[in-house]
Design a protein around this ligand. Structure first.
Ligand code: C5P
Length: 319
């Protein structure tokens, strides 16, 4: 497992590399948590309509982009087993970007991954958005934000959020993103159990359970949370956490419930599974409180990250 990235307060997401011309960018692509994820129903295209509040957090991957004189895109990654071809969302982002802009350049991309896969933290989607932002910076911004958002939504439902960052309200299949004011600075502990969950499986199992229970679904928790955030009533946030994909995930993996209970015992204000799982998070009063709680989790057979929620400025900052 790579070393956890616990930020120390300095969080630039773009930096110009030392001793390099403008032909290189180093970018931090931050993970997300869903403060709410309400699944409303299936759509004709096979996706589900959702209502969600998404939040950038301080765990990040590092991306290095380099323009090179020879044609083609090459991708390398520090984690063995991660595909480095068109199956990789960062690769797909670079291929779509160069195709749309018709820019003639070769690219070398290196991914240094800290965000675990199949965790519900949006690592692959965040890398894709980081590549789009980084390439647009590298090429002197030929594409408007609206064009970047369009490419992002072709890559995956979560990718547009990572171009907006901070705290945002997502709807549709997740690709309709409206920025919200920053939702305060919470400390955060993330526990990633050794098993992963595939997103299509989580939605499929949700549908099966839904067929049996016929439970009414609404976006009420998200609407209440959005209202609180606009009113900057941030103390309401931990009480409004909700994730409809938690039920299918905990049915298959009861350890998820145990992780949440452990975080509560350690003082979390609220706990929830991240996206489609398998990671869970706990919100704490401060980053220091989160860090202390993470030290008490040294005994569990899981990866533990401590950090905090990010403002939009921090999530997208460019030096
Ligand atoms: O959009 P993305 O490629 O990230 O979605 C991965 C899979 O997750 C989809 O193929 C679909 O099975 C499921 N999904 C869904 N509804 C959403 C988002 C994802 O059913 N809103």
């Amino acid at each position: 497992m790579p070393a956890p990235s616990f930020d120390n307060g300095h969080l630039p997401s773009y930096t110009y590399l030392m001793n390099s011309s403008a032909a290189t960018r180093a970018i931090r692509s931050y993970a997300k948590i869903n403060l709410t994820l309400e699944v409303l129903g299936t759509r004709p295209d096979g996706y589900h309509n959702i209502e969600s509040v998404m939040q950038s957090v301080s765990l990040y991957d590092e991306i290095t982009l380099r323009r090179v004189p020879r044609p083609g895109i090459s991708l390398t990654c520090n984690v063995p087993g991660i595909p480095t071809d068109i199956r990789n969302l960062a690769f797909r982002a670079s291929a779509l970007y160069t195709d749309r802009t018709k820019v003639e350049t070769g690219l070398e991309i290196h991914l240094n991954k800290n965000i675990p896969s199949q965790a519900g933290l949006g690592g692959g989607s965040s890398d894709a958005a980081g590549v789009l932002r980084g390439l647009n910076s590298l090429m002197d911004s030929p594409l408007e934000m609206s064009e970047l958002l369009k490419i992002a939504s072709e890559i995956g439902s979560d990718v547009p959020f990572f171009l907006i960052g901070g705290t945002a309200h997502s709807s549709g299949r997740g690709e309709v993103v409206n920025p919200l004011p920053d939702a305060g600075r919470f400390g955060l502990v993330i526990i990633k159990p050794p098993f992963g969950i595939k997103t299509p499986w989580a939605y499929r199992r949700f549908d099966e359970i839904q067929k049996e229970t016929k439970a009414a679904q609404s976006g009420e928790a998200t609407a209440a949370l959005v209202k609180c955030i606009w009113e900057q009533n941030i103390y309401c946030i931990p009480g409004l956490l909700k994730n409809n994909l938690e039920a299918p995930a905990t049915e298959a993996h009861p350890e998820i419930t145990l992780c949440k209970e452990r975080l509560k015992e350690l003082g979390a204000l609220g706990t929830l599974m991240c996206g489609s799982g398998s990671a869970v998070f706990g919100l704490f009063t401060t980053p220091e409180a989160a860090h202390k709680a993470s030290e008490d989790l040294a005994d569990i057979p899981a990866a533990v990250f401590a950090g905090r929620t990010l403002t939009r400025k921090e999530a997208l900052e460019e030096d």
